[in-house]
Write a protein that binds this ligand. Sequence first.
Ligand SMILES: *Cc1c(COP(=O)(O)O)cnc(C)c1O
Length: 423
Amino acid sequence: MEKKPFVTKAQLEEITKTYPTPFHLYDEKGIRENAKRLKEAFSWNKGYKEYFAVKATPNPYILKILQEYGCGTDCSSATELMMSDATGFSGPDIMFSSNDTPPEEFKLANDLGAIINLDDITHIECVEKTLGFIPKTISCRYNPGGIFKISNDIMDNPGDAKYGMTTEQMFEAYKILKEKGAENFGMHAFLASNTVTNEYYPMLAKVLFELAVKLKEETGAHITFINLSGGIGIPYRPDQEPNDIMAIGEGVRKVYEEVLVPAGMGDVAIYTELGRFMLGPYGCLVTKAIHEKHTHKEYIGVDACAVNLMRPAMYGAYHHITVAGKEDAACDHKYDVTGSLCENNDKFAIDRMLPKIDMGDLLVIHDTGAHGFAMGYNYNGKLKSAELLLKEDGSVQMIRRAETPKDYFATLDGCPMMEKYLK
Ligand SMILES: *Cc1c(COP(=O)(O)O)cnc(C)c1O
């Protein structure tokens, strides 16, 4: 499949008159259409709710759009909780799915009325000590261990993941929580990341639903929701077939009818905590070619770097690149597309076949809407870019300004030597 940017060269040239590159650009129309489809895919389940994983795209304007489609937020830190609160999410619209949780964050989550999802059995004691009680509604995160396979494909390796409780611990945790006054129970598991198959969610649902039936039978716990968490992926590569969310919703419905309904659990709400699927394809990083270098390889230097998008450097992740205005040109040049960090892994593409790139060309780096801007850091003293929203009417709204040196130096505000740059 061909990957086409959601903006044209003409639009980008207009935008760059006001906003210098690099910047992340989000596609409001795409975000809305996708959120609507997801809601439809699970409309068979009365209590269905998507809790958007804030860490994927922590921007209040984005959260506000998703809120219109009934989404809540999934948080795992104090600042994510604060952003959710400030954006108008409260009570059971917030899921607190953290791990290695600082006790005071349980306190903040509880103060906001968020649903707490415990990553470990020892957190029961931590929560009780911190809050003075166990909340009436509480969830436990499950990790069955081993290897998670679909057909013969290894999807991921839960046995190696730090998250969640073992099967035994789940039973134990439910019993203890029940004794301590919990009334409504939830279950959660995240067993594979960025899956590009319609089978992941239904398979995960089967694991969770079967355990839910046993947990109910053995502990008498009233299970009110099952949280399938994140992990539905997106086709970063042009040859990948995108997930069909309607088929995924239908797949989960089938397992629900097979396992939960006969067990008298036909009132269990299904929750999801998707991040990548909600935003990934609806954001791109726009950057300008500023240098070309001909040494042992052909290099194109751009004005963005791994600070703006870390996934290629961190995971060797593929992000498709389109040279704006050269969508139909032959890809007959082999380039490494690099940023300016003093780190050789600061490359957006290695040995990538692209059209001939001229200095000043605008490059669109695809699928940066989730885990893109958010993973940014400040290595080499590089500054984070602006985030822009391409609205449905074609206008552009800046939803976060670019960092300035003053932002970078802000935490040195007690240092007289830096005064000159703090003004
Ligand atoms: C990261 C995360 C998600 C979202 O994952 P995606 O791969 O973006 O869908 C959901 N839940 C939890 C607990 C997470 O840590």
